[in-house]
Structures are given as C-alpha cells and as structure tokens.
Ligand binder design. Structure first.
Ligand code: HEC
Length: 291
C-alpha cells in the first residue's frame, strides 16, 4: 500500500516562523496555513483545479484545528473500536469554511494513507452531521486506540454521533462515510467529484438507481480520473468493461470478492440481489464511453 503520509517536507525556517504566531490563525473563523509539513499530524489540504489537477498543498497544525468551534458528543458504538466513545471534533461544514474554500468548493474529499477516499457534499453533511475527529475520549490522536483491524485511526478520522441511513435502493442501503487514517483533505466542486460518476444518459430509471448505488458503494476505492479513491487501482472504465464483457464475473465479484481473491480489501455485498446487480450493470453500461 502506498504510504502517502511519508511524503514529508523538510522542516524549514518558514514553519518555525509560523509556529510563533499560533493564535493569529483563528481570527475570523479561518485558519492561516503553512507551506510545509513538519509533522504527520499536520493536516494537508489542497484544492482540485478545474482540469482535475491538485493545487500546491498547504498545512494546518493540530493546535490550529483545536481553535475551530468544537463539539463533544457521545456515541454508543464507535465503528472503529466497536466501543462506546466520546468524540470531540469539528463539524465538517465548519472545517470547510475555515479552510477557505472557493464558492464552488462545496465538497470535501478525505484521503486516507492507503488510497481510500470519501467525499462529503452539503446534502450528506446536512443529513448526517459528520464530525472531523480531534479527540477520542479526550485524547489527542497519538493516543487513540487502534481500530478493530489493528489499523491506526489517526492522524484524523470522520465519525458520526448517531448515523441513520437515509436511502435504500433494492438491496443497497446508504452506509456511513467513516474513513480512518486520513492524511489529507481536498476541496473540490460537485462537478469534479460526484459529477464525474454521473451517467451520461439518465432516461432509464434503472441507470439512475445504479448510479446512486455505485456512488454510495464503489467510489471510495475505484476512481474515475482524479475523482474517487485509488485504493483498488481498478478505475471506473475497468469496472464498466467488466460489467459489459464479463457480466457474470462482475456480478459474482461484487457480491463476494473473497471468492476470487481471499485477501482482497473490497467488502462483500451480500445484500445485492439480482435487481440490485441489474441496476449496477445498467449504469456501468452507460459509462464505458461516457468520458
Ligand atoms: C474498500 C475498497 C473497495 C470498495 C468499496 C469496492 N472495491 Fe472493488 N475492488 C477493490 C480492490 C482492492 C480490488 C482488487 C484489485 C486487485 O485485484 O488487486 C477490487 C476489484 C474489483 C473488481 C475486479 C476487477 C478486475 O479487474 O478483476 C470489480 C469488478 C470491482 N472491484 C467492482 C466493485 C464495485 C461494483 C464496487 C461497488 C459496489 C466496488 N468494487 C467497491 C476495492 C474496493
């Protein structure tokens, strides 16, 4: 797996100077960034440009993030540890504002060390109030417990106080977007994130359903160009080709990928029955030449 967090930048004079002025940062609810990263705990932030490329990154210190409006909530079951927990953090909406996004930059992408990615748009944040976690049971990230699978939860993760799914389509149910091991966030537009997965022809309602299912279930690991996660290293066009020319394999793989690759990190989708798979295939069929 690619450890993006190891792209360290040298600790330079500019960082030392910026460290001397920590509280200027919080004025007006926005934060002043540094051009260098001297700790993995620094949050890397970049913008996605209109051509899909990434801007030069900027960095924010943990202490700076602590100056944003914070909330503390309790959850009955933390998804990383399966234990009750107390979360202290910043609502993602407040984080987006503080990071001085442009007016089109309404979507935040959280990028994890292993290429996994989740996007947050205003619709999701209004419904589910995701929290960018800063303290777990009062502790800073260095002291966070390991997740169930012994992976680090930090340097950052996104959690919810009490997630309630708001959408079901056939055998698909909306799942919480709960990445851990977040090393950077990107500010992007709807068009350059979710929009890249929009079906070119939306007349067929099954295609539209398939699009919702795929966006909800697949884009965290399968990218389309610069949009979506790159964990799988199998971009959208590969999935589309599989769904058209190797439909049986596609259907079986989605339901139970471990049957083909025992250690694969792709989750099984046991609730995806044949109508769910039909909708997914109808959607992917429209995506092969869609770009
Ligand atoms: C947590 C990450 C993750 C998610 C979510 C995910 N996948 Fe995957 N997917 C993978 C990985 C990893 C592989 C294996 C790549 C390899 O063989 O090395 C893979 C492989 C595949 C393959 C086989 C491709 C090939 O070339 O043989 C298909 C088809 C596929 N995924 C479809 C989907 C679909 C459709 C969804 C959504 C319903 C989905 N995946 C969701 C990680 C994911």
């Amino acid at each position: 797996m690619l450890l993006q967090s190891e792209r360290m930048r040298p600790f330079c004079f500019a960082t030392m100077v910026s460290l001397l002025f920590p509280f200027l940062a919080a004025l007006g609810g926005t934060l002043t960034s540094s051009p260098t990263r001297s700790s993995l705990q620094h949050l890397e932030v970049f913008n996605i440009n209109a051509d899909g490329s990434s801007s030069v990154p900027r960095y924010y210190r943990f202490e700076q993030l602590l100056t944003l409006p914070q909330i503390t909530v309790k959850t009955a079951t933390d998804p990383n540890t399966q234990q009750p927990a107390t979360y202290t953090g910043v609502y993602l909406n407040d984080l987006i504002q503080a990071l001085q996004s442009s007016p089109e930059g309404t979507v935040l992408g959280a990028n994890c060390y292993d290429g996994y990615q989740q996007y947050y748009d205003p619709d999701y944040t209004e419904k589910h109030h995701p929290i960018f976690l800063l303290k777990y049971d009062g502790k800073a990230p260095a002291d966070w417990p390991k997740s169930e699978h012994n992976s680090p939860m930090g340097p950052y993760c996104v959690v919810h106080e009490n997630f309630q799914s708001s959408e079901t389509i056939y055998g698909y149910t909306e799942a919480p977007r709960i990445p851990f091991g977040i090393v950077s966030v990107e500010l992007t537009s709807y068009a350059l994130s979710f929009g890249k997965f929009g079906a070119p022809d939306r007349h067929n309602p099954e295609v539209v359903k398939g699009e919702r299912i795929a966006i909800g279930s697949c884009i965290s690991c399968h990218n389309n160009g610069s949009a979506g996660g790159k964990m799988a290293q199998r971009p959208w066009q590969v999935l589309a080709a599989n769904s058209i020319y190797n439909g049986n394999y596609f259907r079986q793989y989605v339901v139970n990928p471990q049957k083909f690759k025992p250690d694969v990190a792709m989750p099984a989708h046991p609730t995806f029955d044949s109508v769910t798979l039909d909708a997914l295939q109808a959607y992917f069929k429209t995506m092969l030449s869609g770009n």
